[in-house]
Ligand binder design. Structure first.
Ligand SMILES: NC(=O)c1ccc[n+]([C@@H]2O[C@H](COP(=O)([O-])OP(=O)(O)OC[C@H]3O[C@@H](n4cnc5c(N)ncnc54)[C@H](OP(=O)(O)O)[C@@H]3O)[C@@H](O)[C@H]2O)c1
Length: 246
């Protein structure tokens, strides 16, 4: 077991790659704090983890409310006594162009995609530092490297998140390792919200591997980065995109 007795917070764990990561971490021995907004999905993830004989709780709230981050860490420490691993995975899409995006939408995207990760880092890093060891895995995007027409706030937030990840590595080492994953097109609710089958087919055609990724393709990399298998990898933004951005 690669995460035996570790305590892991996984945000956005009610769906997609966060859910796959929460389930895999629990199978590898972690006690998992499933974070999201939707109670039915959160309960389903925790029930599945427990049905497999593993340990999890859920905490519900909106990541745009930074007070919610305090609640997540408080509940984690009350229940499991500590935090060893933080996966900042919760994210929201925005398909507005530069011309159309409102300041309110821009702010909300940054709150959810960047600010909440900063706040959770500020709250958990002192706990990890005091223990002398911890890991943070941030789920950025290939949109952390390249832009396309539209998606202005999303792309800007993911570029910022890559920079924040590198800053975290510099400021939190040597006790805490921080890396980011940059997924390409992964078949989740978020990708389905962009468009129908023709959009998905375009993603498949544009990828050297001629497929979109599955949430488990990201979960296995998150496990690698959270475990001692990656003990000398720090401050990286690792593309997991089937070659899409190569
Ligand atoms: N899918 C892709 O192709 C792709 C590519 C690159 C990067 N990403 C990134 O990967 C991460 C996971 O996305 P996914 O594709 O797995 O999407 P998903 O299936 O739609 O899951 C998104 C998760 O984020 C949570 N979330 C969204 N807004 C939230 C908010 N305001 N407060 C709290 N939780 C919130 C959702 O919780 P509820 O459902 O409970 O509301 C859900 O658990 C995101 O950061 C996304 O930007 C995705």
């Amino acid at each position: 077991m690669k995460l035996k007795d570790k305590v892991a917070i996984v945000t956005g764990a009610t769906s997609g790659m966060g859910r796959a990561t929460a389930v895999l971490f629990a199978q590898e021995g972690a006690k998992v704090v499933v974070v999201g907004r939707n109670e039915e999905r959160a309960k389903a993830v925790v029930d599945r983890i427990k049905a497999e004989g593993n340990e999890a709780i859920y905490v519900l709230g909106d990541a745009s409310d930074l007070g919610f981050c305090d609640e997540i860490v408080k509940k984690t420490v009350e229940t499991y006594g500590t935090v060893d691993i933080l996966v900042n995975n919760a994210g929201m899409l925005s398909m507005s162009t530069l011309q159309d995006v409102s300041i309110e939408e821009w702010d909300r995207v940054f709150r959810v995609n960047v600010d909440s990760a900063l706040r959770l880092c500020q709250l958990t890093a002192p706990i990890m530092k005091a223990k002398g060891k911890g890991v943070i895995v941030n789920v950025a995007s290939v949109a952390s490297f390249a832009a396309h027409h539209g998606f202005a706030a999303y792309i800007s937030s993911k570029h910022a998140f890559a920079g924040l990840s590198k800053s975290m590595a510099w400021e939190l080492g040597p006790e805490i390792r921080v890396n980011a994953i940059a997924p390409g097109a992964i078949h989740t609710a978020m990708v389905d919200s962009i468009g129908g089958p023709s959009v998905l087919q375009g993603m498949i055609d544009g990828c050297p591997m001629k497929r979109v990724g599955q949430p488990e393709d990201i979960a296995t990399v998150a496990l690698f980065l959270a475990s001692d298998d990656s003990s000398f990898i720090d401050g990286q933004v690792i593309k997991v995109d089937g070659g899409f951005e190569c």
